[in-house]
Design a protein around this ligand. Sequence first.
Ligand SMILES: NC(=O)c1ccc[n+]([C@@H]2O[C@H](COP(=O)([O-])OP(=O)(O)OC[C@H]3O[C@@H](n4cnc5c(N)ncnc54)[C@H](OP(=O)(O)O)[C@@H]3O)[C@@H](O)[C@H]2O)c1
Length: 324
Amino acid sequence: MDQIHKFLNIVFPIVSFFLFIFILPGLSLYRMLRFCITSLFPENLAGKVIIITGASAGIGEHLAYEYAKHGARLALVARREEALAVVAGKAKEMGSPEVIVIKADVSKVEDCKRFVDETINHFGGLDCLVNNAGVGTLGLFEDQQCIADHTSVMDVNFWGSVNATHFALPHLRKNKGRIVVIGSCGAWFNTPQVSIYNASKAAQQSFFETLRIELAPDIGVTIVTPGLIDTQLATDQFIQKTKLNVTPLVSVEGCAKAIVNSVRRGDEYLTEPQWMRTIFLWVMLLSELMNVARRVFAKEGKSRLQNQEFRSNDLVQPLILKRD
Ligand SMILES: NC(=O)c1ccc[n+]([C@@H]2O[C@H](COP(=O)([O-])OP(=O)(O)OC[C@H]3O[C@@H](n4cnc5c(N)ncnc54)[C@H](OP(=O)(O)O)[C@@H]3O)[C@@H](O)[C@H]2O)c1
């Protein structure tokens, strides 16, 4: 058995290299053609029923407006009901025929079941679940006093989307619907200071990539990996000061528009801004260089901590709690 692996260790990379050269041009052509066709004939969202989690602010809020412009019916989910009601009002003005708001915490399994049930009871079906609700924590891992402070990140970002999907699946299957996952570039570009957040997004992406294979062709899965988007989560003072905003911010309106266009084309992946996709190649092909760059980045964060610019307790609070 070991001999076979020794043989494959040498032969498989070489064969793969030549296969890539042979397959990639054809596949690129297919992708280009598919993009042209799906851009010319995108999915019509009028009357479709869409659940958006985390719709009270940021990307989720603007996704609601974007879906509303296309005439979709919306179930908006988040913990802050008043904020959701404001978003619902604007979404109706922008063209949504029907919007309901559901106060729920995606980190609670019973809430996930409830908001799916309420949507089905109200609209009679479901075409798309947008798993957008997310939180993050900041700080170098070594400096954390209590790891339990971070479990909410996994509960919301990973388990929140897994549980919501679990309850939505039978309804999505009936309508041959779609799951949209708002992940993060952090899933594959592991910037320091956000280790638990990155891990939650990597787990989420891996889960939905597996699910995409299991559910095809009935249910599509679009995984969105945003870079830095101009929302409360990204403009938080801590992110500014710890230099996580090294790339220019993308407007939240532009991001939401790109996501809905991508969903209408039936894309499997979207990175916004698109140029950040190239970083994936940098990480894969130039990993040593990228690691050095990120280590420098981490040290800078550490020296700031040592200068007591921040208290370490501040660094472990979920960013979501820092809203004014
Ligand atoms: N902004 C960025 O640069 C960026 C980059 C990459 C990925 N993302 C991802 O994009 C998604 C949206 O982020 P954002 O930038 O729009 O953040 P945001 O402006 O802070 O909005 C987060 C939304 O999630 C909701 N939420 C948080 N915890 C929740 C919970 N337990 N149950 C239900 N809803 C909850 C919040 O509503 P309530 O407080 O009312 O519950 C809010 O509507 C997240 O998954 C985030 O990881 C953002």
